[in-house]
Design a protein around this ligand. Structure first.
Ligand SMILES: *[C@@H]1O[C@H](CO)[C@@H](O)[C@H](O)[C@H]1NC(C)=O
Ligand SMILES: *[C@@H]1O[C@H](CO)[C@@H](O)[C@H](O)[C@H]1NC(C)=O
Ligand SMILES: *[C@@H]1O[C@H](CO)[C@@H](O)[C@H](O)[C@H]1NC(C)=O
Ligand SMILES: *[C@@H]1O[C@H](CO)[C@@H](O)[C@H](O)[C@H]1NC(C)=O
Ligand SMILES: *[C@@H]1O[C@H](CO)[C@@H](O)[C@H](O)[C@H]1NC(C)=O
Ligand SMILES: *[C@@H]1O[C@H](CO)[C@@H](O)[C@H](O)[C@H]1NC(C)=O
Length: 503
């Protein structure tokens, strides 16, 4: 048997930003576990490792969510002309809708709704002033305080002196912040990209994005996705002094759950698999360009183009000279690293996989990640924000998440359940204390090893220090091999099923 190991280290060239929030974002990830309400049932889970105050909020979030499922349509779903309407009933986000003659005014952080000066008091009451921070973590005051507050204000205008528009848009504006916990891919997708999809997909690209805390790097990183959702240039609200006029504006994004889309509330019942199709569309052209660049660098003759657009991409993402399934290890640097990664590579190779090693960095281009993961059959990684990339795996493929001590709840709720909803075979690998680096630092009867739930109950700072920042894993390969065999068997079954499908 030939052992084939191909290591791919993806380094990328074109962004040089640094995310100072990165650490904090990662840290906060687990804290949010207390608020991650996947369903009403989740309220019954006892293991949330967080403080009493947070548990109260968890309950409140759950209650609101459960209640919503049995009640009337959302507020502000039918907004008449000349109205400012805010729906503040959701636990994670506020969304305001304005309709009428809307003018941006960056200097005062405002969207004006122009009303005739002689409007009746009833008409003015429908357009009472509002304030909103358009970000999807409204229960977290610390991060919300970093988001610009937008004022939505009705302004009476004498008919004789109508306000001027520099740009008159004929489509809806969706206004949101690209600030907050940026620099952490989990937060970028969970708090930003997926809510943007939920909110904007219904406009079929006939929508203009107005961004607060606009960052060039965000556009560089997510531009391919933004282009799938809007036909128009986004507006950098704070830095664009022109007056933009709209007939309708939606301020704030809707959010459903952890990395989730509730298809029943979406036009055409679009769900997380449709979101993934959108990613596929977003990255197709870029991946093709990357492959061409690589072929040019390798001095290969340019591929014949007569077969149609997709051929080149397929050549790069499908197994080349052999028929083996591909397993990709999404590798962490620093904490929660796999200390015996080389053993893992060897074992996976012996189990029949072609193995890729992927170390995402803040500047790794998402198209590059997508290319590798979309072309893989199994993804293996240790719990952490980078597991968000399971979104790039094809439904029907396998995701093995290594779950270090003290991270069960977050691993299951942030990545396990969402991965199942995408249609992946999710295989958690909960390590034994002896596979944790903490095993060598604490005596074998220490609660850190024997009772992580109790240790987590001491608070977020403890969890972060002990389990998130202070732990590496050393996989027991005899144990882990069973997961590799399970993954291989799943792949083989899927493939048989596909091959027996009539064409
Ligand atoms: C909506 O209101 C704006 C300003 O108040 C007005 O110019 C416009 O004609 C109205 N449109 C409709 C359909 O009533
Ligand atoms: C406001 O003034 C306009 C023109 O002067 C008039 O047509 C309209 O009926 C007035 N509206 C109200 C509510 O008084
Ligand atoms: C909106 O439509 C008007 C009239 O058709 C047109 O003059 C204007 O350029 C359009 N605005 C934009 C931003 O396309
Ligand atoms: C504002 O926009 C201009 C033109 O797009 C750009 O040159 C400038 O760097 C921007 N300033 C900030 C602070 O983003
Ligand atoms: C992802 O993989 C599928 C199946 O191999 C392929 O059809 C599709 O073109 C790939 N997407 C991209 C963007 O390369
Ligand atoms: C991994 O961490 C080491 C030490 O912190 C650092 O020198 C190295 O550049 C990192 N590698 C990557 C790919 O981030």
């Amino acid at each position: 048997m030939v052992h084939h190991h191909r290591a791919t280290l993806l380094l990328h060239h074109n962004h040089h930003h640094h995310h100072q929030h990165s650490k904090a974002g990662d840290a906060l990830l687990l804290m949010l576990a207390g608020f991650a309400v996947a369903s009403c049932l989740l309220l019954l889970l006892p293991s949330s490792p967080f403080s009493a105050a947070m548990d109260d909020l968890l309950l409140q979030l759950g209650r609101t969510r459960c209640d919503q499922e049995s009640t009337a349509p959302t507020p502000c779903s039918a907004v008449p002309n000349g109205t400012i309407c805010c729906d503040r009933t959701a636990p994670r986000t506020d969304v305001c809708v304005m309709r009428g003659d809307i003018h941006t005014h960056a200097a005062s952080n405002s969207l004006f709704l122009l009303l005739p000066a002689n409007s009746s008091s009833a008409a003015r009451a429908r357009a009472a002033d509002q304030r909103i921070r358009p970000y999807t973590r409204k229960w977290e005051s610390s991060v919300m305080s970093t988001i610009d507050e937008l004022r939505l204000r009705a302004v009476p205008v004498p008919e004789a002196e109508p306000e001027r528009c520099d740009v008159r848009h004929n489509v809806t504006a969706v206004v949101f912040s690209t600030g907050g916990y940026t620099g952490n891919v989990y937060h970028e997708f969970n708090d930003g990209i997926i809510p943007l999809y939920i909110t904007a997909r219904r406009y079929n690209k006939k929508v203009v994005f107005v961004m607060l805390e606009y960052h060039d790097w965000w556009i560089t990183k997510y531009g391919h996705i933004v282009e799938q959702l809007s036909d128009y240039e986004p507006i950098d609200f704070a830095n664009d002094t022109r007056t933009h006029c709209f007939r309708e504006a939606v301020v704030g994004l809707r959010i459903h759950d952890e990395l989730a889309i509730d298809a029943s509330t979406m036009p055409g019942n679009q769900g997380i698999q449709d979101f993934r199709h959108m990613l596929d569309d977003a990255y197709r052209a870029r991946i093709k360009a990357i492959v061409e660049e690589e072929e040019a660098e390798a001095g290969l003759p340019p591929p014949r183009s007569s077969v149609g657009g997709d051929t080149k991409v397929r050549r790069a993402t499908e197994p080349l000279e052999d028929d083996k399934p591909r397993l990709v290890i999404v590798s962490r640097n620093g904490s929660r690293a796999i200390e015996n990664e080389a053993d893992l590579v060897r074992a996976a190779t012996r189990a029949g996989f072609r193995v890729d090693l992927l170390q995402p960095r803040p500047d790794t281009e998402l198209a590059e990640m997508y290319r590798v993961l979309n072309g893989s059959d199994v993804m293996v990684g240790v719990h952490g924000a980078a597991m968000t990339h399971f979104l790039f795996m094809r439904p029907g493929s396998v995701f093995i998440q290594v779950v270090p001590l003290g991270t069960d709840w977050a691993a299951e709720n942030y990545y396990g359940q969402p991965a199942r909803r995408l249609g992946l075979r999710y295989i958690p690998y909960k390590i034994l204390p002896s596979e944790s680096s903490l095993y060598w630092r604490y005596s074998s009867d220490d609660p850190v090893l024997t009772d992580p739930v109790t240790v987590n109950a001491k608070g977020w700072q403890v969890t972060k220090k002990v389990y998130l920042d202070g732990q590496n894993v050393r996989l027991d390969m005899a144990r882990f091999r069973r997961r590799l065999r399970e993954a291989y068997a799943h792949w083989a079954t899927q493939r048989r099923r596909q091959q027996s499908k009539p064409l």
